[in-house]
Ligand binder design. Structure first.
Ligand SMILES: *Cc1c(COP(=O)(O)O)cnc(C)c1O
Length: 383
């Protein structure tokens, strides 16, 4: 059936009707008073979402563009940086830093496990000359469905005193608590097609006063992504270059929705969606990739045995119009990933789990009691 597509990937995520309607409006001039009014509201609400008084700047980029902006504005060639890697996106941080000739030291944990904050602490404690300029981590590692212990890592960075903490919060912001001011996070990057519930095209960078100090002496080349330009213009509720005005309409709508729901409720909903998904997958006798203790509220990775992950995805798509994500790099064909980020409700999880069971039946899997997945999810929702 046409027009029944259900996206359960970790971005782009589903878009609510208010945002779709906003997107369909005629564009307006970005130098108009009307646009400035929208930008003023959006900027305030972004600060609310980020739990910060810091600048939160909007760039016309995907999440990776926000990450790149988060590096080039605050560092200089040859700077020593620690990058936590335990999946595809941590590795991307290392690639961005290497591309800009930073002195990159990775602190690695195998895919599927959380970063070990103690390994980062050891490196920071050993750095008596305070040469480490930044500690760079992915909060929710989307490739594996693992959440890293940002709070503890950040505490060690604060004990070091010198290094900035630069965070990819692309699939944690709007799903789990990221209290920027309480923790003192310096640079926090995110992208519109994730927790923001709008299509791809906007990237966001939150910048602390300490990071702005580093900006003054940072020597990496920058032009389009020079955050100083965005900061200066944001103070006048405008942007240095033409912004995607319709995405701003949509963002205005979804930020209002988020305020209505409330941060605590948003976090609790994602927690419930995650718990229900994980309990259902267990009940269907499918191994989860990664332990419950470090599970991301945005995405659940499953490593099926006896059935091929790509076949599960193909059948889910063909029979039920539900799109799941596959594995990345060496996990290709080994895992599939169920996104439950953003505009996702309990009904969506029940639907996806029901369809997953039907898919397993079709593919000849039978290591579970009929209805066990939906029953397990329903039990979590009833709690
Ligand atoms: C989606 C995502 C990104 C950004 O990817 P883009 O394709 O550039 O938007 C970065 N980090 C994580 C953890 C992500 O999930």
């Amino acid at each position: 059936m046409d027009d029944k597509l259900m996206l359960m990937i970790p971005g782009p995520t589903p878009v609510p009707e208010q945002a779709l309607l906003a997107l369909s409006k005629h564009p307006i001039g970005h130098r108009s008073g009307d646009f400035s009014k929208i930008m003023a509201e959006v900027t305030q609400n972004l600060k609310w979402l980020h739990q910060t008084q810091n600048d939160v700047l909007c760039l016309t980029v995907s999440g990776t563009g926000a990450m790149e902006a988060g590096i080039i504005n605050f560092l200089s060639p040859g700077d020593r940086v620690l990058v936590g890697t335990n999946g595809k996106f941590g590795e991307r941080w290392a690639e961005v830093c290497t591309a800009y000739n930073l002195n990159v030291e990775t602190v690695t944990t195998e895919w599927g496990k959380a970063l070990d904050p103690e390994k980062i602490r050891e490196k920071l404690e050993a750095d008596k000359n305070k040469e480490i300029k930044a500690v760079i981590v992915t909060h929710s590692e989307t490739s594996t469905g693992v959440i890293n212990d940002l709070e503890t890592i950040n505490r060690y960075v604060k004990e070091h005193g010198e290094a900035l903490i630069i965070v990819d919060a692309v699939t944690s912001l709007g799903a789990v608590n990221v209290p920027i001011d309480t923790w003192g996070l310096d640079v926090v990057c995110s992208g519109s097609q994730k927790g923001y519930m709008i299509p791809p095209g906007l990237g966001f960078v939150a910048v602390s006063a300490k990071a702005w100090e580093a900006y003054k002496t940072a020597k990496l080349p920058r032009y389009y992504l020079d955050l100083g330009k965005y900061r200066k213009d944001a103070a006048k509720n405008t942007t240095p270059f033409t912004p995607p005005v319709n995405l701003f309409f949509a963002l205005q709508a979804t930020l209002q929705m988020m305020q209505k729901e409330g941060l605590e409720n948003i976090f609790a909903r994602h927690q419930r969606l995650m718990n229900a998904t994980r309990e259902a997958v267990k009940a269907l006798n499918l191994p989860l990739y990664g332990p419950d203790e470090s599970a991301s509220p945005a995405i659940t990775a499953v490593a099926p045995v006896g059935v091929d992950a790509e076949q599960v995805r193909a059948t889910m798509k063909k029979q039920f119009d539900i799109v799941l994500a596959g594995g990345q790099d060496h996990l290709k064909g080994k895992v599939f990933r169920i996104g439950h980020l953003g505009f996702v409700s309990e009904r969506d999880i029940l639907t996806a789990i029901g369809a997953l069971e039907a898919t397993l039946v079709e593919l000849g899997g039978n290591g579970f009691t009929s209805g066990a997945g939906v029953a397990a999810a329903a039990k979590v929702f009833a709690e």
